[in-house]
Design a protein around this ligand. Structure first.
Ligand code: SF4
Length: 298
């Protein structure tokens, strides 16, 4: 073989080697080889691309971070929903002297508004709720509104009401506005008849709520009907008066109704005796009131 033939043969060998090497490289690339370094052994050390499983965390980490960055965005509408659900003005709650909570008198009055729980609701002019100090130590409870009270919507406003005012202001030396005054039923019975048992039963829950709101130390029951009703007794008023009883956990003193005193002025002495017991219970002065004892203060 001459020089030219030997060169041609060498070139052919080199071309074959190059083709083999190129094929080997494509094979490694297909196998995932990214870089080749010198190894200590016969085979070159190779680095391949990470396996598919190893790549998952690198791609899922950002995905997992998405909720973290999106929390404030998602929280905004939730907070807005809560804000609109909270009542702007909380219902009125009157703090109790003992630290608890109790219903307000206004809430009781609102609950009674337009009441038709018994037949008296259909014939009244006005519902006569009650008047006075919502924190009174003493509550005077009469029988039912009369004509004047029905027209005015206020208890004890006629002549009997004036006499009750005198008992409170001249006898007890208290402003009328410092006590509370109401009736067992809040609507006038037709022709001033006595309230019936069903009417009393229908209205009594409201009286109980009034007393629970006021929390008086003493109740004065005015007249036979209120005394028998609150004392749960059929005994005559002449026997009930002058003695302490209990209603809803509150001490109650029955006495004659001011309207009875207008017809029987001599009974004022007994009323004064009862009122003095009330004043003693409240820690008030028990000085005699000569105006009351002499007769009609008017
Ligand atoms: S008397 Fe009492 S229960 Fe009857 S209608 Fe009047 S408020 Fe209602």
């Amino acid at each position: 073989m001459g020089d030219a033939g030997a060169r041609d043969e060498a070139q052919d060998d080199l071309a074959q080697l190059a083709a083999v090497a190129a094929g080997q490289l494509r094979g490694w690339q297909t196998a995932g080889v990214r870089r080749m370094t010198r190894g200590s052994g016969a085979e070159p050390a190779v680095e391949t691309s990470p396996p598919v499983e190893a790549a998952v965390p690198t791609t899922t980490v950002p995905v997992a971070a998405v909720p973290v960055t999106s929390v404030p965005v998602a929280a905004a509408p939730v907070a807005a929903t809560i804000a609109t659900d909270v009542p702007v003005t909380p219902p009125p709650v009157v703090p109790a002297a003992g630290g608890g909570e109790r219903e307000s008198l206004d809430a009781v009055a609102t609950a009674m508004d337009g009441c038709m729980r018994c037949a008296l609701g259909a014939t009244r002019t006005n519902l006569v709720f009650g008047v006075g100090n919502p924190r009174a130590d003493v509550v005077f409870v009469g029988e039912a509104p009369g004509r004047d009270e029905d027209l005015k919507g206020e208890p004890f406003v006629g002549r009997a009401g004036q006499l009750l005012t005198d008992i409170i202001e001249k006898g007890m030396k208290l402003p009328r506005a410092s006590v509370y005054i109401c009736n067992t039923v809040k609507c006038r019975p037709p022709e001033n008849r006595n309230p019936e048992a069903a009417e009393l039963a229908a209205c009594e829950p409201f009286l109980i709520r009034q007393l629970a709101a006021i929390r008086p130390r003493v109740i004065v029951a005015l007249g036979k009907f209120a005394a028998q009703s609150l004392c749960r007794s059929e005994a005559p008023i002449s026997r009930l008066r002058g003695n302490w009883h209990t209603y809803e956990g509150i001490k109650i003193m029955p006495t004659y109704h001011p309207a009875y005193l207008l017809r029987n002025p001599s009974a004022k002495r007994e009323v004064w005796e009862d009122i003095r017991l009330v004043m003693a219970e409240l820690g008030m002065s028990g000085n005699k009131n000569e105006d009351l004892l002499r007769g009609d203060p008017q």
